[in-house]
Design a protein around this ligand. Sequence first.
Ligand code: NAI
Ligand code: 15L
Length: 266
Amino acid sequence: MLKRLLLTGAAGGLGRAIRPHLARFAETVRVSDIADLGAVAPHEEAVRCDLSDAAAVRDLVAGCDGIVHLGGISVEDKFSKIVGANIVGLYNLYEAARAEGQPRILFASSNHTIGFYRQDEHLDAAAPLRPDGLYGVSKCFGEALARMYFEKFGQETALVRIGSCMEKPTNYRMLSTWMSYEDFLALIGCIFRAPRLGCPVIWGVSDNDTRWWDNSAVSYLGWRPRDNAERFRAELEASLPRPAPDAPMALYQGGQFTQDPIFEEK
Ligand code: NAI
Ligand code: 15L
């Protein structure tokens, strides 16, 4: 059991979904976001914080023995927005962790680090990066930064390349990329309980029949995802036309993100 687990990005979609369940892993949960955090439970502490503010992030991390780092820009956006939250913000988090006893970190990386692979390719953690936009590039930076802090200082991080973590798959691609909230929570438990973590890449995906990613390199963590997106196939087929075989949604692992432009600064 952790003493104090920090959850960044607690006001976001994924943060809101897992927040009520984190008392499983820690006596106190410090929830943080730049946005309003809503009602605070008795086992929680709420801290409004902009990840690009180094001094505030140092205070945020102080006293925590684990961090689930979800905060940041989560889709393609202007470079200036991505830089503040995902580049400067990540550096601030790792410098704070270095100064505050090196709490273990779960970094929410993304499948958009490898989005330009085709959907008929199967990947393990050794596959070279193929980001599909500036957002994906920022997650590649995050993985590289975490790896450097591991090699140089022994800071442990789980680099979780999340596929699509939401209540249920909402398109055909997500039958391959979906991860259930329960499987993610089980993964969080394995990451913080492992006697030795290191700095592994972990594919954040449920046990979907049509998944593309191989987690055998991290079997030592004991994570066995239980959900399978296949149970939603009939519902999807009844409600959504299948994309054309040459559409980006059907061709690339990153789906539509491969088609995003470089957004202009204004
Ligand atoms: P989200 O966009 O709903 O939540 C992100 C949160 O970060 C927001 O509440 C936002 O206010 C906060 N944030 C943004 N900039 C900030 C800043 N400068 N300082 C402090 N907080 C800031 O995203 P979601 O879906 O909840 O994803 C959470 C994390 O997981 C993100 O890092 C995302 O990149 C990653 N991820 C999520 C996937 C998913 O399927 N939900 C898939 C792959 C990665
Ligand atoms: C992500 O990285 C995004 O944060 C999330 O909003 C989803 O779009 C997900 O990837 C996905 O690829 O489905």
